[in-house]
Design a protein around this ligand. Sequence first.
Ligand code: AMP
Ligand code: MG
Length: 421
Amino acid sequence: MAARLGLSTVFSLGPRKALPLPGRLPCLPAPGYPIHRHFFTSLYSPISPLQLARNLSQVTMSASIYGTSQISSYEEELAAAKKAASLAARLCQLVQAEILQSDVQSKADKSPVTVADYGSQAIVSLVLDMELSSAPFSLVAEEDSEDLRKDSSKEILTRITDLVNSTLSSDPLFCNITMSEEGVLSAIDKGKSEGGSSGRHWVLDPIDGTKGFVRGDQYAIALALLDQGKVVLGVLGCPNLPLASIQNTNQNVEQIGCLFSAIVGKGALVQSLDEGSSPTKIQVTTIDNPVDASFFESYEAAHSMHDLTSNIAKKLGVKAPPVRIDSQAKYGALARGDGAIYLRFPHKGYREKIWDHAAGYIVVTEAGGVVTDAAGNDLDFSKGRYLDLDTGIIATNTNLMPSLLVAVQESIKEQQSASLL
Ligand code: AMP
Ligand code: MG
């Protein structure tokens, strides 16, 4: 039996309840400096709220590790990314609470997920646009507005716009902003970038793990920044992941909702999704004997071959059952040592997208872990919207990686020979 983690198991007493949403804080007055952005200029108020807040504290600048002319410690970008992911998480929590309260019939309806996907992307795009003071930014994201612009989507677009506006209004820094429907569509369409090996590109999965989202289980808002083809920062908002380790699912789960973050060369952190929470440093486990290890994999068998991973675990001598979690919450849990290994082997023909791994990759590597494809190659995020991979993705600590690679390669060979018989 695989362990499973979600609202239904975390809140195991009684029926599922709507998540408590943060209380409304007073709106800060909009400062009087000029409107600075391009395509939204007529659509929202003349503020750059985080920039204003940041002016009060010094941001340390240091040379980029990539030696470009850009001088950056990525701290400003990280603050914007955290704000964007937290607000998007708030929007998703609202929608998930509605889904869980609705009857079975409407749960089969895809529109709530669609609304949350688009709404989350619009929020992240808007916050980044408002907070990043330099030239127009590039965003590689999962959704675009084509379907939403159809006449048949009018109702959904109105719902998304309402959700975006009520999310913005719940934040003291953004509550003066009201988006029009066209503004929401434009924000979503910022995500059409192709990415690549030069310049900077933000990478977003607005709701990673939509199947988990609908089930009431795990999902994540995953946002990363590429600089010259390398992941330089990432944040993972995981609204349903307990803040304490999930290693022992019997323990009292007091706080739910994690925000993982990492900047290249500076380590990985976790904090609560609550406003003003303090981050703490995280590290992958130091386990070196696979017998003591446990492994994460997708909850959905359609997303990763459970028979192959079971064989890999057996070869390694892993005793614990697989821990099946939706979304990049797996990377977050691995990064803080809740388990030792993450195995992902999509069925033949599936092409991995960069937004499904970029944020998780840097959170794990900055926590001291290693993330590679099945042949042991580093992941290459510089090739556009897709990752070119040898077979699958594996992640663990440096102690276990050599034996994991051997077990993976043997198991793949066995699977290939069996399919020839
Ligand atoms: P997980 O939560 O690990 O099951 O992964 C969720 C992500 O898998 C989704 O965000 C999708 O982008 C991606 N996905 C969708 N279809 C497939 C598939 N057939 N195989 C592997 N991954 C998929
Ligand atoms: Mg995804």
